[in-house]
Design a protein around this ligand. Structure first.
Ligand SMILES: C[S@@+](CC[C@H](N)C(=O)[O-])C[C@H]1O[C@@H](n2cnc3c(N)ncnc32)[C@H](O)[C@@H]1O
Length: 185
């Protein structure tokens, strides 16, 4: 069976992230991706994770503590648009899950301007072969504005330096999420 955008995002991480890597979770939410990345980078690696909501921060911290991997992760209660100031060395991978935190305030959503600003900073610090992966949820109010701006931005990325992939089911109802991946050559 074909993989969902979310499952495919994890496969794309599994393929490249190894012990000791430096990686970013741009939208920690309930901490699923943060935990996955913390396990992939191992004890000697580091994860930098962002969210603007206290609920997401606390929930993620709790999950990491429970899994005994908190010391590998630097949690920031801050917008991912500020990621550039924390990137002293190159990253192997970054992941975004765009949209809102399920079960939380639906007006707190990721937005085109800040998402694109974060992606641009991450692209400047990506290792060769490194990937920035975005799972784009766009069925909510405001989602299509972010989706369209992102697709326009992806279209303009230099094919000499990066490969850009879109992975999407085209015959499903209710605006299923799709995946965008930027890989540095
Ligand atoms: C779809 S959820 C993320 C789900 C998460 N990856 C998980 O595994 O549960 C999107 C998250 O982005 C967060 N968010 C919104 N704007 C943000 C920003 N500028 N910087 C960082 N996170 C932001 C929301 O608070 C929300 O928790």
């Amino acid at each position: 069976m074909l993989k969902s955008a979310l499952n495919f995002s994890h496969e794309l991480l599994d393929e490249i992230v190894v012990e000791g890597d430096f990686v970013v979770d741009a939208t920690m939410g309930r901490g699923n991706d943060t935990l996955k990345l913390a396990r992939l980078v191992g004890e000697s690696g580091r994860v930098l994770a962002f969210d603007v909501q206290v609920k997401a921060f606390e929930q993620t911290k709790f999950r990491l503590e429970e899994a005994k991997v908190l010391e590998r992760v630097c949690l920031k209660l801050e917008g991912h648009e500020n990621v550039g100031k924390y990137l002293e060395k190159n990253i192997r991978a970054a992941i975004f899950n765009l949209g809102y935190l399920p079960g939380s305030d639906k007006s707190v959503i990721t937005r085109a301007q800040t998402t694109i600003r974060a992606v641009k900073s991450l692209m400047e610090h990506l290792c060769s072969g490194g990937r920035i992966i975005l799972v784009v949820y766009h069925g909510h109010s405001g989602g299509s504005v972010e989706k369209n701006a992102l697709l326009e931005f992806m279209d303009e990325i230099s094919p000499e330096k990066f490969q850009v992939l879109q992975y999407q089911f085209v015959n499903q109802e209710n605006s299923p999420p799709f995946l965008l991946a930027i890989e540095k050559k």
